[in-house]
Design a protein around this ligand. Structure first.
Ligand code: ADP
Length: 455
């Protein structure tokens, strides 16, 4: 069943339950009032009889009437009556001579309680005890049959109202649930039009900041992520094929040229060294691409653990010296916290070390003296700052964000410095994963400083 039907049914069940309870209460109260009023009438009849007939009781005394019981299942012939009984429970007066005798136990109850209501066959009866003119005790009983027409009519009206109410509530429930679900239907219609070829479409969140609006906003955020992932993938595929094709073409043409004719051993050696250089570059590109793909595609599979930041920096410096034998790194730690635990961060050690090595490697690569200076400002609240400075050519403002894009290589260094254009984008992805912000600033004395802010 569709949600609109279910909502209507739920509303109908609840509303009809409430309506039934209200109508029943109305009916019950009406009947109570009717009964109450009827007994009041009987009580006043009994009182009037006590005032008017009892003083004359000696004169109006009748002999006990003979009552003929009706045949079984026949309509009871009992009718309204007022009767007076003496203390021996003998009827001494009755308006209708053939009236049904009142059972002795009811008379006893009237006697002991002095006012007593009871049902008597199809009649309602009210009895009162009273004292006759000679001081002897009497019982006055007023009986009457309550007219059920009013309650029956009311019951019929209420039953019809109930069914009319159900029809009306079904219609309004259906209409309002449709109205309430209209924004959802609109979202469904909009989502149906979103195609993988055009992920730039967004849903209209509407004016109200309600749950549906929030759903649209959440869906838009999801679309944004999907669109980014699609773009990333597209760019990745085109760049990767380009980056791998170029060096392969270069290698092939070098080998073609080398094999065109007989060459000396030194010429072969030079050609092979050049090819080896290109293959190393290719292999480095492939390694970095693999890391980049892992960080991009399954960041959730990367585990973080407690890692001492100062130790990680030293390890990164060691690794830099192994990878870049001519590199010269100076390390300065300021504001060392007393508690060693304050230096612990949540990190994936190999990845974060790789990011630091990449930044330092670049610093050495682009500095004429292959120097890099690290300055760490540790903070007890975990907001450590690590500055990695070089004295290279610096990075112009318009390139400060571009350098973190995959495969971006500054045109200034395209020919002069060997590179893959992946290093800093890998760094950025790894730092994002660790919630570490990175920015590049210019140094007054020349060169640039990469500032890492830990959160
Ligand atoms: P590459 O392998 O080309 O160095 P990266 O992603 O590491 O790739 O760097 C991207 C670009 O950023 C480089 O081509 C270079 O122009 C610039 N760059 C990176 N680090 C520095 C630095 N320390 N000084 C100057 N330019 C830099």
């Amino acid at each position: 069943m569709q949600i609109r039907g279910r909502l209507t049914l739920l509303f109908l069940t609840l509303a009809s339950g409430i309506l039934a309870a209200v109508l029943f209460t109305v009916f019950w109260m009406f009947r109570q009032n009717m009964t109450e009023a009827f007994y009041l009438g009987l009580a006043s009849k009994a009182e009037v009889t006590i005032k008017t007939v009892l003083p004359e009781i000696e004169k109006v005394q009748q002999s006990e009437p003979a009552w003929i019981a009706p045949e079984e299942n026949s309509i009871l012939p009992y009718q309204d009556n007022i009767s007076i009984f003496n203390s021996n429970y003998e009827r001494v007066f009755s308006v209708h001579n053939e009236a049904v005798p009142v059972p002795a136990n009811d008379l006893a109850n009237i006697y002991t309680r002095s006012r007593y209501k009871f049902d008597h066959f199809n009649l309602c009866a009210f009895g009162m005890s009273a004292t006759g003119p000679d001081g002897s005790a009497y019982i006055v009983v007023a009986e009457g049959s309550m007219d059920p027409t009013a309650t029956t009519r009311l019951r019929n009206v209420l039953i019809i109202s109930f069914f009319l109410g159900i029809i009306l509530m079904s219609a309004t429930g259906w209409y309002y649930s449709g109205k309430a679900l209209e924004p959802v239907s609109a979202i469904i219609r909009e989502v149906e039009h979103i195609q993988p070829s055009d992920l730039s479409r967004r849903l209209q969140p509407g004016k109200n900041q309600d749950e549906i609006g929030k759903l649209a906003v959440t869906f838009n955020l999801l679309l944004e992520r999907v669109e980014r992932a699609f773009m990333m993938q597209k760019m990745f595929v085109s760049n990767v094929s380009h980056e791998l094709k170029n060096p392969l073409t270069v290698i092939r043409s070098q080998l073609d040229v080398a094999l065109q004719r007989e060459r000396s051993a030194s010429e072969y050696k030079n050609a092979l060294e050049s090819v080896l250089d290109d293959i190393r570059n290719l292999s480095e590109t492939e390694q970095r691409l693999l890391h980049l793909a892992r960080v991009y595609t399954s960041p959730q599979s990367i585990e973080l653990s407690d890692t001492r930041l100062d130790e990680l920096i030293w390890q990164a410096v060691d690794q830099l010296h192994k990878q870049f034998p001519g590199a010269r790194a100076t390390v300065h730690f300021s504001e060392m916290p007393e508690n060693g635990e304050d230096l612990e961060i949540q990190a994936n050690e190999p990845l974060l070390r790789m990011a630091l090595v990449n930044i330092m490697n670049n610093a050495c690569k682009y500095s004429p003296d292959n120097q890099v200076a690290l300055n760490a400002l540790f903070s007890p609240n975990g907001r450590h700052v690590l500055e990695i400075a070089d004295n290279g050519p610096g990075i112009p403002d318009e390139e400060k964000l571009l350098v973190f894009e995959p495969f971006y290589r500054s045109p200034r260094h395209l020919l002069s410095v060997r590179g893959t254009g992946i290093g800093l984008s890998l760094v950025k992805s790894i730092l994002d994963l660790h919630n570490i912000a990175i920015r590049i600033e210019d140094r007054v004395e020349g060169g640039s400083v990469f500032i890492l802010s830990f959160n």
